[in-house]
Design a protein around this ligand. Structure first.
Ligand code: NFE
Length: 503
């Protein structure tokens, strides 16, 4: 039987997943991104300095990553580098955004796939916040609406945590996490100007100053977020993993892994980074070569040529195209399907022994869970990888603040050339993000974004290889084919953002 899971909730954008179920197992999955946007079309002819502003509007969740990728691409085209302060401020803004995004993803977008939110109805404690939630849920339920206490109910049927204390503890953290997300965003806005859509991230650095009062305010906020990550977020992910250990084996993608590296530690953004870049295929990591990236469109709603490289990319929408089932292209690396995102970042870094703190955390957690690092390619693996990276990033951001030189320049001089081109690569929370820019007559002649969820939610390529999420869904056993909480847990582990994917 065929079952459509869309519209999938607790993700960004409009995604349907069409599954084929045979004897209670997913035998085929099609990821269907259901909208078109066209940023690459309307960027043409504009001033290149518009790009880091306009591309941030691709998304309200990961805007800074687009600003950073665009700034790197422009720096590459203008042949400039940010001064040390500018690069550090980029990191402080982008890193804080990762912390916000991981907390949002776990607590608001995924935890309620496992935590029994109805435990609140039996709550007898004295916590005022929880009592307020209880009252609200009771009042909503008494109104007998179709969506009784959204976003908590209705929910998919399935097995949830049945330990009342754990459920209530997790709900309390769900509420606290929102405060921490705000603090991470506030920290980012100290240097980024605002959240979302920074006005300060610029090619060549940051328009905000490195002032001591701003640094102190940033540190205070990030310290609080770091403590929450250590004391609550990581233990909560470990607790869920302990109760649902089968999810170390569910949601396994069947290709390679790729990361462009995150948080540069040198003025050259492609130099040494906190998390290393690389393409991991068959146990071997090689440096990423942007020339190996192509995008197939046999099953995507575009009439432009298939298999084009980033430089030669084309985009001609064709809504009624025969056989096409999505607005996402199918990016491939050397023809291979790649997963990008939290697990890819960890596995690529781990294989190269780049970050000893990350390695120590991975080894410790993998040992406790009795899994191998390869099993991070799973539903639980993606959740754990986000939490461990959050801890490493928070410590790094605090150390970065000490490296700022208050009063020293934060911006390089820049001049837009008549012609040129540039690649800018970074890691958004959801994975590898590439911007490519070509300038002719001082204006944007071509702009191409190859975006994390375009990789993960990609359709089959011209060879028929499924995308990462499609491949991870195949083989999933489902108890209730009409609802498939198991498949939804797989989808949520990727944290797809369809607004980004179709851009
Ligand atoms: Ni709209 Fe994004 C991230 C980017 S995902 S959230 O992270 O780039 O494709």
């Amino acid at each position: 039987m065929k079952v459509d899971l869309g519209p999938i909730t607790r993700i960004e954008g409009h995604l349907n997943v069409r599954t084929t179920i045979d004897n209670g197992v997913v035998t085929e999955a099609q990821c269907m991104s259901e909208m078109f946007r066209g940023f690459e079309i309307f960027l043409k002819g504009r001033d290149p300095l518009d790009a880091q502003q306009i591309t941030q509007r691709i998304c309200g969740v990961c805007p800074y990553a687009h600003a950073i990728a665009s700034s790197y691409a422009q720096e590459n085209a203008y042949k400039i580098q940010a001064p040390a302060n500018g690069r550090i401020l980029h990191n402080l803004i982008q890193g804080a955004n990762h912390l916000y995004d991981y907390l949002l993803h776990f607590y608001q977008l995924s935890a309620l796939d496992f935590v029994d939110v109805t435990a609140i109805l039996k709550y007898t404690g004295k916590d005022e916040e929880l009592l307020a939630v209880k009252q609200w849920v009771q009042a909503e339920l008494s109104r007998k609406k179709a969506f009784p206490a959204a976003p908590f109910l209705p929910r998919l049927s399935g097995q949830y945590i049945n330990d009342p204390e754990l459920n209530i503890g997790a709900l309390k953290h769900y509420l606290e996490a929102m405060t921490m997300e705000r603090k991470a965003n506030q920290a980012a806005a100290i240097f980024g100007g605002k959240f979302p859509h920074s006005t300060a991230i610029f090619p060549g650095g940051c328009t905000q100053e490195a002032r001591i009062d701003l640094i102190a305010a940033y540190q205070a906020l990030i310290r609080e977020v770091r403590d929450f990550i250590r004391d609550k977020y990581i233990p909560d992910v470990v607790a869920v993993a302990g109760l649902f250990p089968e999810y170390w084996k569910i949601g396994v993608s069947r290709g390679g892994f790729m990361s462009y590296g995150l948080l540069p530690m040198t003025p050259d953004p492609q130099g040494k980074q906190l998390f290393a870049a690389g393409a991991l295929l068959d146990g071997q990591v090689t440096p990423v070569d942007f020339g190996q990236i192509t995008q197939d469109v046999k099953y995507a709603r575009y009439s432009s040529a298939s298999g084009r490289t980033v430089r030669d990319s084309e985009i001609t929408p064709a809504a009624g195209k025969e056989g096409a089932y999505t607005w996402s292209k199918a990016p491939r690396y050397g023809g291979k399907m790649m997963e990008v995102g939290p697990a890819a970042r960890v596995l690529v870094d781990y294989h190269q022994g780049n970050n000893p703190d990350l390695k120590a955390l991975v080894d410790k957690c993998a040992g406790q869970a009795q899994i191998t690092p390869q099993e991070l390619n799973s539903v639980l693996g993606r959740h754990l990888c986000r939490a461990l990276q959050a801890a490493v990033i928070a410590d790094f951001l605090l150390a970065e603040t000490e490296r700022l030189d208050p009063g020293a320049p934060t911006m390089a001089e820049l001049a837009i050339p008549e012609s040129g081109e540039g690649f800018g690569a970074t890691e958004a929370s959801r994975g590898a993000l590439l911007h490519y820019l070509k300038i002719e007559k001082g204006k944007i002649a071509k702009y191409e974004c190859v975006v994390p969820t375009t990789w993960n939610a990609s359709p089959r390529d011209d060879q028929g290889q499924p995308g990462a999420m499609e491949s991870a869904l195949i083989g999933t056993k489902v108890a209730t084919p009409e609802e498939q909480i198991e498949s939804v847990r797989v989808v949520h582990s990727f944290d797809p953002c369809i607004a980004c994917a179709v851009h």
